[in-house]
Design a protein around this ligand. Structure first.
Ligand code: SF4
Ligand code: SF4
Ligand code: FES
Length: 568
């Protein structure tokens, strides 16, 4: 395991990218002649829409998505353009002031599929462009149902937004609308409303080119075009819910989220998925201390714009009714009472201070944050304790889902809580308890009874300190029970499978007495070791980074929204 960050590495110089000059709405820019294809990474000619995006000129679009192959079918991105005029001798014609004469094209072009070329001028807000946008929107709306009041996409619908920004206030369409299938059960997690579909094919391209499951297509012709799953195919892969995110309208809806909450009520919090070691960047949508949905957040170093359905739907446990909400201490075997944090932490500190060296063991969880694991590592050092964590495996797929279902295996390794082979020390802990050497066991976020330390062994301990979120057989036997927080209820960092250190923010308040583990661990470490720490997560992370060579040079602020990579 190496201990330097990539911030100090020297990378081989990338080949120079040729730049060409184009003008967007009168502003000259230098744009690369080619940009990488989002799927293959091979260079493709830079398009007008990409050049406009470089200077934040927003060209309205439906079918274009920066991470999908170009389809060019919606026509919403039509712009006008001109090229340097050439004389009969094929030399550029010049204006009186010496600037190149521009020959405006008599026809518009779709910005998403038209490559830029030297000297090109792009016009995105001429009266003609505005009229074309009005026309495209009028066409898109002729058969569109008036579903907005009951549509889940309302509030984040591109048809609504562009109609306001670029459409007309009235429709001239008096003919009966074409009706199409509604509430189609497309698969286990998706409902399709074909009347709302604007046939942009984003969902088809994502499913075919990114998820590798050619399940969707368009049948029938003209106004009767209908999106459907191919006959005999069910739309059921581990990435189906990404189509709900990229569908610009409310045609594809999530069975889990539909009709649950109006999106404008949701608070959005930047976070990280904890369901596997990939650590996809997410936005948590919450309202009044309840989590309603996870959506992917773009991070090209980790998950691009996507996340898997497995991780996306793994949030309901946060709001479970049986969450641990009370600090408890055992009075006698089988009986415990509610207490307060100060009392519990002082009593635990007194016991740990008196524990002979080598008589304690720690089972931490690789679902805990780097900071929490580092604080546990400090306790470990003070107590001369054995420590380990519990591996958690599942099946991997070819896109994002990692076989390691712990979000912070590398954090547990880098902080020294476990060795390269996570779980290797568990046997020693078991035999230590069985042989009477280990008298104190500290367990965080794992059910020890499922990992070889059954109730009989736990009963042999003098002290069993347990922190968890949900009740387990181990929490029932705890002498001190410390209710902890889900990642959505605290701040911290995880180190993913590739060594990316990523921070996540707090979305909701924890229930009852539950507190972020780093907060009470910090108090406990201070009481036991006398080492002062930091009362903020920023200070704690920065201190940890100074102490663990792998994190050297990192700061909480420096992580930004996208994180930074350590060598693992
Ligand atoms: S369902 Fe949505 S993403 Fe798919 S083609 Fe229709 S509008 Fe586009
Ligand atoms: S791939 Fe892993 S980290 Fe990403 S969403 Fe799925 S479970 Fe979560
Ligand atoms: S965004 Fe260009 S044609 Fe659809």
């Amino acid at each position: 395991m190496s201990s330097s960050t990539n911030t100090t590495e020297t990378k081989p110089a990338a080949p120079a990218i040729e730049k060409i000059k184009v003008t967007v709405d009168g502003r000259e820019i230098e744009a690369p002649r080619t940009m990488p294809d989002p799927i293959s990474g091979k260079p493709l000619p830079t398009t007008m829409i990409q050049a406009c995006a470089m200077i934040n000129v927003d060209v309205p679009h439906y079918c274009y998505h920066p991470k999908l192959p170009v389809a060019g079918n919606c026509r919403m991105c039509l712009v006008e353009f001109g090229m340097p005029a050439l004389g009969p001798d094929r030399k550029p014609l010049l204006n009186a002031d010496g600037t190149p004469k521009i020959a405006k094209s008599p026809r518009p072009a779709i910005a998403c599929a038209t490559p830029i070329s030297p000297g090109m001028e792009i016009y995105t807000n001429t009266p003609e462009v505005k009229q074309m946008r009005e026309g495209v929107l009028e066409f898109l709306l002729i058969n569109h149902p008036l579903d907005c009041p009951i549509c889940d996409q309302a509030g984040e619908c591109k048809l609504q937004e562009y109609s306001v920004d670029h459409g007309q206030s009235a429709s001239r369409f008096v003919e009966p609308k074409v009706h199409k299938p509604k509430a189609v059960d497309l698969g286990p997690r998706i409902v399709l409303d074909d009347e709302r579909c604007i046939l942009c094919t984003r969902c088809i391209r994502f499913t075919r080119d990114i998820a590798g499951d050619d399940a969707l297509g368009i049948v029938n012709r003209g106004s009767y075009n209908t999106l459907t799953a191919y006959p005999g195919k069910v739309f059921d892969n581990n990435y189906t819910l990404n189509t709900v995110d990229i569908c610009p309208v409310g045609a594809l809806t999530s069975k889990d989220f539909r009709f649950k909450m109006r999106v404008w009520f949701l608070k959005e919090t930047k976070s990280v998925c904890t369901s596997c070691a990939t650590g996809c960047n997410i936005i948590i949508g919450s309202r009044e201390e309840k989590v309603y949905r996870y959506e992917p957040r773009q991070n090209d170093a980790v998950n691009s714009c996507w996340m898997c359905d497995h991780g996306r739907l793994n949030y309901k446990w946060i709001g479970r009714q049986d969450r641990l909400t009370e600090v408890r201490r055992q009075i006698e075997k089988g009986r415990s009472e509610r207490t307060v944090w100060n009392v519990a932490l002082n009593e635990i500190a007194a016991k740990l201070k008196n524990a002979p060296q080598g008589s304690a063991a720690i089972i931490a969880s690789a679902r805990q944050t780097n900071e929490e694991l580092w604080l546990l590592a400090k306790l470990k050092a003070k107590l001369g304790a054995l420590s380990d964590s519990v591996p958690r495996h599942g099946e991997a797929d070819k896109l994002l889902l990692n076989a390691d279902r712990n979000p912070n295996t590398n954090g547990a390794r880098l902080t020294g809580i476990c060795s390269a082979e996570m779980g290797a020390n568990l046997r020693q802990i078991v035999s230590g308890i069985a042989g009477g050497k280990v008298k104190t066991l500290i367990v965080f976020g794992e059910d020890a009874t499922k990992h070889g330390i059954g109730a009989d062994l736990l009963g042999k301990l003098d002290t069993l300190i347990v922190s968890d979120i949900l009740p387990t057989a181990t929490t029932q036997l705890a002498q001190y029970l410390l209710p902890g927080c889900a990642h959505a209820e605290k701040r911290g960092t995880f180190t993913n499978a590739k060594g990316r250190v990523q921070k996540f923010m707090k979305a909701v308040e924890p229930p009852g007495d539950a507190r972020p583990e780093w907060e009470f661990l910090h108090e406990l470490v201070f009481n036991v070791t006398g080492q002062n720490g930091f009362l903020t997560i920023e200070g704690l992370f920065n201190e940890m980074a100074k102490n663990i060579p792998a994190f050297s040079g990192m700061t909480w602020a420096g992580l930004g929204d996208a994180g930074a990579t350590v060598k693992i």
